[in-house]
Design a protein. Structure first.
Length: 235
């Protein structure tokens, strides 16, 4: 099959699935930053995107995109290493013009996936799935009052677990840093694969990659820093 056996086909799948995930993250980040301005509005969004058929279909589709993107990334990395053979051990100096994240995309991707599992546990397993299962996976309070749950998770205001919440904020910021580097190169690489690789657009798509990565990550950072400051004040 061309999309599996061809290098161009594999890169095309990586590009399209990656860009789809970028725009989902952008939407998700804009949705999340609402909690900083209005808890009622955030809870309304959570209710709208809760255990509804369109949200469930979207969740399944998103899971397939992530799985496809990661599998193709791993497959491409293995093939690239096999193609270089022993030559890769002879390289001692960093190639000129090659950015650090371009050589560590799989590592960055694994970090992102690892923290994504933690994120899914806290916000999908304990909220959407809790609503679907009528509280079988977590308290229904997590699903019905998402704003208070987010506040507790990042500040420990109700249970007094302030130190654990601060550590959690720190882990989230590490995750978002890895995500920013991954997206910065990933967007550039995807647009390059899709044909924006001439002399005029080469530098422009690098700027587009930086801007889009920042737009995606910034709303999440705002939420974490907002509650981080609140949590520090509670110590």
């Amino acid at each position: 099959m061309w999309l599996k056996d061809s290098s161009i086909g594999r890169k095309l799948v990586m590009s399209l699935t990656g860009l789809a995930l970028v725009f989902f993250l952008l939407f998700h980040g804009v949705m999340n930053v609402v909690v900083v301005f209005s808890e009622d509005a955030y809870n309304a969004i959570c209710h709208f995107l809760g255990a509804n058929w369109y949200a469930l279909v979207g969740t399944v589709g998103l899971a397939l995109l992530v799985l496809l993107h990661f599998c193709y990334a791993f497959y491409l990395t293995i093939q690239n290493r096999a193609a270089r053979g022993n030559d890769r051990y002879a390289v001692t100096a960093k190639k000129e013009g090659v950015e650090w994240e371009s050589e560590n995309m799989l590592v960055l991707g694994i970090i992102v996936i690892g923290f994504l599992v933690l994120h899914l546990y806290n916000f999908w397993f304990r909220m959407q799935l809790a609503e679907i299962t009528d509280g079988a996976t977590a308290s229904l309070a997590d699903a019905t009052n998402g704003a208070h749950y987010v506040k507790e998770l990042f500040t420990g205001y109700a249970t007094g677990n302030h130190v654990a919440a601060l550590i959690y904020c720190g882990l989230y910021l590490i995750w978002l840093g890895a995500l920013w580097f991954h997206l910065r190169h990933g967007v550039w690489s995807a647009l390059h694969t899709l044909g924006w690789n001439n002399l005029v657009w080469m530098k422009r798509i690098k700027v587009i990659g930086v801007c889009l990565a920042t737009l995606v990550v910034l709303p999440f950072v705002v939420v974490v820093l907002y509650y981080l400051g609140m949590g520090i004040a509670m110590l």
